[in-house]
Design a protein around this ligand. Sequence first.
Ligand code: PHE
Length: 449
Amino acid sequence: MWSSRFAFILAVAGSAVGLGNIWKFPYMAGENGGGAFVLFYLLCVVAIGLPIMVSEIMIGRRGRRNPIATMRIVGEEEGSRPSWGLVGVMGIFAGFLILSFYSVIAGWALAYFVFSLGGEFTGGTPETIGALFASLLGDWKMLGLWHTIFMVLTVGIVARGVERGLERFVRIAMPGLLLLMIILLVYAIVAADFASGWRFLLTPDLEALTPQAMLEAMGQAFFTLSVGMGAIMAYGAYLPEGTSILRTSIWVVVTDTAIALLAGLIIFPIVFANGLDPASGPGLIFETLPLAFGSMPGGAFLAPVFFGLLVFAAWTSGIGLLEPAVAWSVESHGRSRRSAAIVIGAIVWALGFLTLLSFNVFADFKFLGGTLFQNIDHLASNILLPLGGLFIAIFAGWVMCKNSSSEELDIGTGPAYQAWRFLARWLAPAAVLVVFLHATGLLGRFGLM
Ligand code: PHE
């Protein structure tokens, strides 16, 4: 059990806040034309992500097991089929896929931590900073080393049990990260092209909102909130009775969204001030932030602190990605936590190793329209997470009876409960389906959108 409500909020926030906010959100917004993507992402966060987060915590606390067993057992209690456990299986698979590339990117952050200690950013220009990133990407052995270190760190915590390892450092890392981002924001306002960055990020140009961009914005909402795969459900399993699920969820969603927007408001002013390309892809933060650190007062000191905190944030998310699979292996197969974490970690590591080759050796090897990294990310983030979320919402809204959900949420049956239930039963599932259909081009073909 978590020691307090605050500890639980920290753990969920630690899982939610990570590379998704600081690395992925800015580059996805950049690739998809900015404002309209951001607006649609915000809509998805509120109308889909929040009710699903509430549902996940609620189901997790009711089942008190790993996501597969929880979905199966709560499903049976509610008079439905044990096959609901399959939603947990899909979630564990999604977490597995995500962690494989997540660890690779966290490895980049580790490398940048070391670069910054060596003063590599000082006086950097867009050319030298770009060259630094390119040389890192080209060196698969170094990438492999950093990826390995990150996986070892993650497995180390999960092997020991999440509650013990996690609480202490989220408590320090989260406020620290926020503070550094505020310093960077000040830099972006005084020294970069803040007006252009603001305009790009927050002025929606609805033309840019293609069906593909909508799918990616929805996937990003799931990814950044850690919902749709059972990670939050696995944490909910350790939540004491009497903690407000709704308030916790709102708190986490607001924090997570604020950090993503903050990241965007830091990155894009730097992009425009230096004539960089907002659509340059996954390297975006690594090509922009070092420019800020390289030219701001105290940057040589702040850069390692920032990248260190980014690694921490990625670490607490990596733990959340690995935990459901390990909990399942321990509870259902009687493995020890240690051996489960090591075996599963090793498989994820191997897949991650293949992924990191898609940034160099196999960069030109594309199938299904992308590199291995792009395909794994697309499958997990844009398809499996929303699909998992769809089932979780249906489960919470339709399979669980009104008595069970209102009892578990403990907010009576007033407007807050009604609003959640409407979102979980109708709006969230319908929205996911519509975005899926839209992305296949079917709605367009019938003239519906
Ligand atoms: N939400 C995390 C991030 O934004 C990633 C994550 C997804 C973690 C799913 C756990 C489960 O970085």
